[in-house]
Design a protein around this ligand. Sequence first.
Ligand code: 3PG
Length: 305
Amino acid sequence: MKVLIATEKPFAPTAVKDIKNVFDAVGYETVLLQKYTKKAQLIDAVKDVDAIIIRSDKIDAEVLNAAKNLKIVVRAGAGYDNIDLEAATAHGVVAMNTPGQNSNAVAELVFGLLVFAVRNFYNGKAGTELKDKKLGILAFGNVGRNVARIAAGFGMECYAYDAYCPAETIEAAGVHATKSQEELFQNCDIVSLHIPATNDTKRSINRKLVSQMKTGAILINTARKEVINEEELIELMDERLDLKYVTDIMPDADEKFKEFEGRYFSTPKKMGAQTAEANTNAGIAAAQQIVGFIRDGITKYQVNK
Ligand code: 3PG
């Protein structure tokens, strides 16, 4: 068996070693394609492999077509919007993710970005504190729950809305459950996005919703750029000089957002899951899931059923 680790944004070297150890133990060969710049390199690398581990790397019909021996692709991470699931199914390829493995890393970055934002991006002027502020968590999945846990340490009051998670589960975590997204945006000083990019959520963070936020509000996005209606957010930030947007996923309109000096920040490259621990956890989980599937047919975490 031959497994390709295809990561345009590489894992930490220790994680690569740990992943390789999982495959060495069962006699699988590991090949590495890192920091590639052209899709042709990926297409070339997938030709004779049985399994692939990816991060945000795009696996579309063209890549799947080239991967004649491919049986399984595992996204080492949570969001799998970068895999064409229908094409994978059509090619008889199992697609999986590794939910929860990098969620603490993403949640910690939320607070790194938030302290930076409330202290005016360290421009020397007096900012504010996070303590006693109302934090809205949009979607109470693995990342959202970690955000709530860390927010408690900052002394923040947490609210959450999740269309798929019962209010009782949210309340049991010491978080106020709101009845709607609107209520979350209306009530909170800061809203942190943790929704996946789906047909329902794409461009759903729009003018109507964000305009309901309080004066001095901060919107923070460590989810996906696609969930933002960028044109409408730009319009709103043009009008509302109090509004800040901080993101770990550079918007398409980054140049325009940069004009909102002192109110906008984007990491140059998605950093949420970029820790040795997250890389190791997600990478090892991906490797074990590949072995589990190839050896024992285990399809837990399959996302293209
Ligand atoms: C995820 O969906 O797991 C995160 O967005 C991490 O993505 P990355 O592997 O590209 O850093």
